[in-house]
Write a protein that binds this ligand. Structure first.
Ligand code: NAD
Length: 489
């Protein structure tokens, strides 16, 4: 059987006030390894009581601890040590992420965990360039605007890129002098717990980073969104959850940042360089088993090259190596859970009924008890069908032909989402025209997933509220104060 079955059952606790702690009532839940379907670990089941303890610890650290009073350079030095420790422990963290998520180990190591280290290299350095503002309308007056930390910040994260996205929030939150409480996704609590210990080892003071494991609605997640001492919620997850959080945070008027669902359009025009467009389109649709908010999950192909592209895509998808997530040669691993796999399968049935499945779409029993699905390609599905409008979050791809720019823009913009889109063409004027007309927070021209951490990351329409990245995250995790000076002479 796979090496994943040899993993020992582990204990994953909450992390409060610089210590690993069990939940107050001693309850636990299990985290399952998607590659085997077996229990990976026992997790402390946090509830509102544990959130209260974590918020108290964060409040104490913020009000009476050294963190917010330190110079930014001193905080940066500690956070850079976090980055160094992540790099030192990258193999262990990558293995843990793969065991907990089912994603291929190569992706965990060179994608997720490499990015965790970058998050902690980028923010401490970038934040140093922030300047306060000042206006002098006459020699006797000076008006300044200074940034202050918010206090206790709530962070809520999903399971698809667990530590990558958690640290994308923790790093800017901490460099600005805040303390935080993280509620990781219930499916993937493992790496956040390992990370908290590294942060402590690097010198992050007790209480500055707290973690409570548990569930969302009615559980630890909701309790965090309602807590009166929590000043903000930075949330990444489903659009529907964003709506619920906005409602539950309303009573305490929190600052909110939402990174939500997507249904990315990937558009190939007839003059595209197919040698680049095709392999990238496969990655865009099937990376992390298609469980990526930025996935190119609808492929639009211009009519004149449609048959050629469909044939080539099917061949490439058939060749994807699905297998043991711990095998470095594996290109596609397991889906996150049995429940999620069943949800994806209901869409596959729909796709077979309303269109045609050209390859894949079946559970792979030979791989044992894990949640493996063969990658699938569909055609014949209308752009406005349920299959092409809803976020499926699995290894499924509809290919849709289009006539011209006008038609593809209409189809690409037809979903409620607006997170990301890609387009492929060698005509620079067309690229500019189409990029401007796509209702999307991010557009990739002749590429996918290319990132500079300084650019604004986030969605339009139902894909989000606000932006993360660069100065956008630093703005979110701080508040402005205007201080005006009057001089007597
Ligand atoms: P989810 O919304 O089900 O859960 C995300 C987190 O929210 C979990 O920690 C969960 O416990 C918590 N939660 C759920 N209900 C809650 C509530 N009522 N109050 C407080 N917390 C609650 O999302 P998921 O299934 O974990 O992740 C997949 C989704 O995340 C997809 O829609 C995907 O597109 C989206 N996503 C978006 C981005 C982005 O940057 N836009 C990145 C990754 C994933």
């Amino acid at each position: 059987m796979t090496t994943a079955t040899k993993a020992k059952t582990i204990e994953i606790d909450n992390f409060i006030g610089g210590k690993a702690v069990k939940s107050k009532d001693g309850k636990t839940f299990q985290t399952i390894s998607p590659g085997t379907g077996e229990v990976l670990g026992t997790v402390s089941y946090g509830t509102a009581d544990d959130i209260n303890l974590a918020v108290d610890a964060a409040k104490e650290a913020f009000e009476n601890g050294p963190w917010p009073k330190m110079s930014m350079q001193d905080r940066a030095n500690i956070l850079l040590k976090v980055a160094a420790l992540v790099e030192k422990n990258a193999d262990e963290l990558a293995r843990a992420e793969t065991l907990d998520t089912g994603k291929p180990i190569t992706e965990s190591r060179t994608g997720d965990i490499a990015r965790v280290a970058s998050n902690f290299q980028f923010y401490p350095n970038f934040a140093q360039s922030l300047a306060d503002e000042s206006w002098t309308p006459n020699p006797q007056e000076r008006h300044t605007a200074i940034r202050e930390p918010l206090g206790v910040c709530g962070l809520i994260t999903p399971w698809n890129l667990p530590l990558y996205l958690a640290t994308w929030k923790i790093a800017p939150c901490l460099i600005m002098g805040n303390a935080c409480v993280l509620k990781p996704a219930e499916w993937t609590p493992y790496t956040a717990f390992l990370f908290a210990k590294l942060a402590k080892e690097a010198g992050v003071p007790d209480g500055v980073l707290n973690i409570v494991n548990g569930f969302g609605a009615g559980g630890a997640g909701e309790a965090l969104t309602k807590h009166p001492d929590v000043k903000s919620i930075s949330f990444t997850g489903e659009t529907g959850t964003g709506r619920a959080i906005m409602a539950s945070a309303a009573g305490t008027l929190k600052k909110l940042s939402f990174e939500l669902g997507g249904k990315g359009a990937n558009i190939i025009f007839e003059d595209a360089n197919l040698d680049e467009a095709l392999p990238t389109s496969v990655r865009a649709a099937y990376r992390n088993q298609g469980q990526v908010c930025l996935a190119g999950s609808r492929l639009f192909v211009q009519e004149s090259i449609y048959p050629k592209v469909v044939k080539a895509m099917v061949e490439r998808v058939k060749n994807l190596k699905v297998g043991d997530p711990l095998d470095p040669k594996t290109e596609m691993g397991a889906l996150i859970s049995k429940e999620h796999m069943e949800k994806v399968q209901t869409y596959i049935e729909l796709g077979r009924k309303d269109g045609k499945c050209l390859t894949g779409g079946d559970p792979i029993k030979e791989l044992g008890g894990g949640f493996f699905l063969s990658p699938s390609v569909f055609e014949g599905l209308a752009y406005d069908s349920k299959f092409c409008q809803e976020e499926i979050f699995g290894p499924v791809l509809p290919i849709i032909p289009f006539k011209d720019e006008e038609e593809v823009i209409k189809m690409a913009n037809s979903t409620p989402y607006g997170l990301s889109a890609s387009l492929w063409s060698q005509d620079v004027n067309r690229c500019n025209r189409v990029a401007r007309k796509l209702k999307s927070g991010m557009v990739w021209v002749n590429c996918w997933f290319a990132r500079d951490l300084r650019t604004p990351f986030g969605g339009q329409k139902s894909s989000g509220l606000g932006r993360e990245g660069g100065r956008y995250s630093l703005e979110f995790f701080s508040d402005w104060k205007a201080v005006s000076y009057k001089y007597s002479d």
